[in-house]
Design a protein around this ligand. Structure first.
Ligand SMILES: [Mg+2]
Length: 261
């Protein structure tokens, strides 16, 4: 797909023809714990009309079940099957490349560690063949030191996502990518990150809802993650202006821009 020179501004999402929707969460459906006005009604109307949707998020702190619960609480019809997180992609990556029982040193939330273990991998500091990094609010120098030593001993360094900065409550916080970079820089390796903007998460989401690339749109609020994912996956992209303010001068151009859902 040839990137557009400049995006087409829409007055309403109804101006587009599509039959399936992939959507980011934070900045599109809600900000923090508050629903974004209009987004809930829009999703409900798609549900009523039978337009399938699936959410794609780099947030690996919570499980799909927890995201579905939060969405239901905000009034958005959602099942866990309709949420793909970067943790899902990370677990799939582990399963594709490593035997059950392989040691994984997991820098991440309790939810991520539990999932790694539940999928048959051994949480280990000493024997780890993989260092898996997600956002870890209890990240410490000790954890960094263990991770660096494992990588120097030959473990591969993979991350749920490479986001350096996350919007939160009108300000920002460092993301999993900031933790990842500290380990990668110290160990002198190039890490692999699995969430957006890698196209895989979009492919998994489309498969979940039985949708085709050409019939779908991907809605997001960030050029470097959402819109780049759509671009690399070959899906039409819609940038909504309800989330992170767009950086000027980015080389990533969405197909469409919309003030709000
Ligand atoms: Mg977002």
């Amino acid at each position: 797909m040839t990137p557009p020179a400049s995006p087409i501004r829409l007055g309403s999402i109804d101006e587009l023809r599509f039959s399936a929707v992939l959507a980011d969460l934070d900045g599109v459906v809600y900000r923090g714990d508050e629903a974004i006005p209009g987004a809930v009604d829009r999703l409900r109307s798609w549900r009523e009309r039978g337009v399938p949707y699936c959410f794609v998020t780099n947030n690996a702190e919570k499980s799909a079940e927890q995201f579905a619960e939060k969405l239901m609480r905000l009034g958005v019809p959602c099942t866990p099957n309709e949420v793909v997180t970067s943790a899902d992609i990370a677990i799939a990556h582990l399963e594709a490349h490593y035997a059950a029982g392989t040691g994984v040193f997991c820098v991440g939330s309790a939810s991520l560690r539990e999932r790694v273990e539940a999928h048959g991998f051994e949480l280990s500091a000493d024997e780890a063949k993989v260092v898996l990094v997600g956002l870890d609010r209890e990240f410490s120098y000790d954890k960094m030191a263990i991770a660096v030593r494992r990588v120097l001993a030959g473990a591969s360094l993979v991350a749920t996502n490479a986001d350096l900065l996350r919007p939160i409550h009108g300000t920002f916080e460092p993301g999993a990518g900031a933790i990842l970079q500290s380990i990668a820089a110290s160990a002198g390796v190039t890490p692999r990150s699995l969430g957006k903007p890698s196209p895989e998460i979009a492919h998994v989401a489309l498969a979940r809802i039985g949708a085709r690339l050409e019939d779908s749109i991907l809605i997001g609020d960030q050029l470097e993650t959402d819109i780049l994912t759509a671009r690399t996956a070959g899906i039409r992209s819609v940038l909504v202006e309800t989330g992170v303010p767009a950086k000027h001068g980015s080389h990533i151009v969405p197909d469409y821009v919309l003030a709000s859902l």
